[in-house]
Design a protein around this ligand. Structure first.
Ligand SMILES: Cc1cc2nc3c(=O)[nH]c(=O)nc-3n(C[C@H](O)[C@H](O)[C@H](O)COP(=O)(O)O)c2cc1C
Length: 200
């Protein structure tokens, strides 16, 4: 069974991460880290309230279990620098950061691994494993673009949540499916989230 790390940071667009996790847990183990900045934004944007304690009754882990099939979902707090994802000896097939804030982008680009998300990305880069970032900001500054270029030159996939319209999305859901499908494509993970352009 494949094993992916998924990190959600405090940029807008957690809905893409939730759709990604729903798709991944069907076919793979998902090791999830959510930054502390992301928790209230996820609640505000999606209604998924993960505030409160990490474990125990009514906790973040229990609430994730109401939303996802948690058989293959493993959750870590972003300050857990001794967790398995901090080490290259924990084998994974790659990592997603969706959405990726400009702060986390900068941390990854500069190797400033002061939380589990940035450390896990640092590990994935040093081990030569696939890393897909979905940076969300508008507009991008030269600092943001330079950080992205630096990572792209290392082979990191920079996949911002930009929709296309050739798949004729009917609603927001269609746009979320398209972007999520493109994220899955970045790791060659099969899906049926959108109709592919067939040349017609
Ligand atoms: C409602 C809301 C939306 C935000 N959206 C973005 C965003 O789209 N991109 C971004 O880089 N930062 C955004 N931020 C700021 C980040 O949350 C902030 O920089 C935070 O420190 C990121 O920390 P993290 O990368 O550890 O999650 C947003 C903040 C709030 C409150």
């Amino acid at each position: 069974m494949k094993r992916y790390v998924v990190a959600i940071t405090g940029a807008s667009g957690a809905v893409f991460a939730l759709r990604l996790i729903e798709s991944l847990v069907v076919v793979a183990e998902v090791h999830l880290v959510i930054s502390s900045a992301a928790i209230p934004i996820i609640a505000y944007e999606t209604g998924l309230d993960l505030t409160g304690d990490t474990h125990g009754e009514g906790s973040r882990v229990e609430r994730l279990g109401r939303h996802f099939n948690t058989e293959r979902l493993f959750y870590y707090a972003d300050d857990c620098l001794h967790c398995p994802l901090s080490s290259g000896s924990f084998i994974t097939d790659g990592m997603y950061v969706v959405p990726c804030s400009m702060k986390t982008l900068s941390g990854i680009a500069n190797g400033y691994a002061d939380n589990l998300i940035i450390r896990a990305a640092d590990v994935v880069i040093k081990q030569g494993r696939p890393l897909v970032l979905s940076p969300r900001e508008m507009p991008f500054s030269a600092i943001h673009l330079e950080n992205m270029l630096r990572l792209a030159r290392l082979g990191v996939v920079i996949a911002p949540p930009v929709p296309a319209f050739y798949s004729h999305p009917r609603d927001l859901n269609g746009i979320v499916d398209f972007v999520t499908g493109k994220l899955l494509d970045s790791m060659s993970i099969p899906h049926n989230l959108f109709k592919r352009w067939d040349g017609q």
